[in-house]
Design a protein around this ligand. Structure first.
Ligand code: ITT
Length: 185
């Protein structure tokens, strides 16, 4: 089976490829636009995106909407994480967190997958902490400032180690379980 990941982000595709490697699933990458509705929920973005892409004729695909939610910033950048990354970036987030003691945050990843008429939506969460400085050059996006335990950042650990605990790794394994339950893989 071929499953197309609809994203502009090659970092996500690499993480999916690693998780799906042992199954008989070929990962395709579709670099294509879908409307990201303004909402407080990743699930809503995913739901609308899936409907749009299906209506446009795309089949056997998955979409991923993710975000970093920082408690001291009342959940910001959250659903605005892509905008936050493009505008203020990691340095801007660190600036907002200057002098802030509560460093707790979480990454969330919502995946929507459509195979034929079958529709699966799963969400994975990874709790952690915002570091005091950027660390590491692996990964992508907010990885250099996020650490699951407050020590090494996601950008300092190998991809398989990130996948074993990350929001996306957790969501992907939920998706794989559901694909197996439905005998789709
Ligand atoms: P697509 O929407 O095209 O899939 P995107 O990179 O814009 O790509 P999101 O809207 O899901 O993806 O992501 C919001 C932001 O959060 C974006 O800047 C990502 O780089 C960042 N992000 C998502 N997952 C991440 C992860 O695992 N580690 C670090 N940053 C992540």
């Amino acid at each position: 089976m071929k499953l197309n990941v609809v994203t502009h982000n090659p970092g996500k595709v690499k993480e999916y490829q690693a998780e799906f490697a042992e199954f008989n699933v070929e990962m395709g990458h579709v670099n294509r636009e879908y409307d990201e509705v303004q909402t407080s929920y990743l699930e809503e973005v995913v739901d609308k995106g899936m409907k749009q892409l299906y209506k446009e004729g795309l089949r056997d695909f998955m979409v991923d909407d993710s975000g970093l939610f920082i408690n001291a910033l009342k959940g910001f950048p959250g659903v605005y994480s892509a905008f936050g990354q493009k505008t203020i970036g990691n340095k801007g987030i660190l600036k907002l967190m200057e002098g802030v003691e509560d460093r707790s945050a979480m990454f969330k990843c919502c995946i929507g997958c459509m195979i034929g008429e079958e529709r699966i939506v799963v969400t994975g969460i990874c709790p952690g902490f915002i570091l005091y400085e950027e660390k590491g050059d692996g990964g992508f996006g907010y990885d250099p400032i996020f650490s699951p335990d407050g020590e090494l950042s996601f950008a300092e650990i190998p991809l398989d180690q990130k996948n074993s605990i990350s929001h996306r790794g957790i969501a992907t394994r939920m998706l794989i379980d559901e694909l197996k339950n439905r005998k789709l893989i």
